[in-house]
Design a protein around this ligand. Structure first.
Ligand SMILES: [Zn+2]
Length: 110
């Protein structure tokens, strides 16, 4: 499978499902499955059992669940629009480019 063109800390917009049009920051990428964990997107309620040893309170917790890469679009940091991702070579490095404005999309280091 091709490597994902979305990276951690990118902003993405959901294009299908009940969270459609929501935007969020990418928390994790799972290259093997092509899935992403996006902040505040696809939040599921999880029933948690109390575990005093781990200081976990029982009850209902909310947690993000992963979404498929094909259900989101990358939001370009330059033009702020959801876009498809292109690639070009800059010297020896492959960089991502926005198909809308042509700008380079740098990977955000956290
Ligand atoms: Zn752009």
């Amino acid at each position: 499978m091709a490597s994902l063109d979305i990276q951690r800390n990118d902003t993405v917009q959901v294009i299908s499902g009940s969270d459609r049009d929501k935007k969020g920051r990418v928390l994790r990428v799972y290259p093997d499955t092509g899935r992403l964990l996006v902040e505040h997107v696809h939040v599921v309620k999880k029933h948690v059992k109390e575990n005093p040893q781990k200081r976990v309170k029982g009850g209902i917790a909310e947690q993000e669940a992963s979404v498929n890469r094909s259900n989101v679009m990358l939001v370009c940091p330059n033009c702020n629009q959801p876009t498809r991702v292109g690639h070009k070579l800059e010297g020896d490095a492959k960089v991502r480019i926005c198909r809308k404005c042509g700008g380079t999309i740098a990977a955000k280091k956290k």
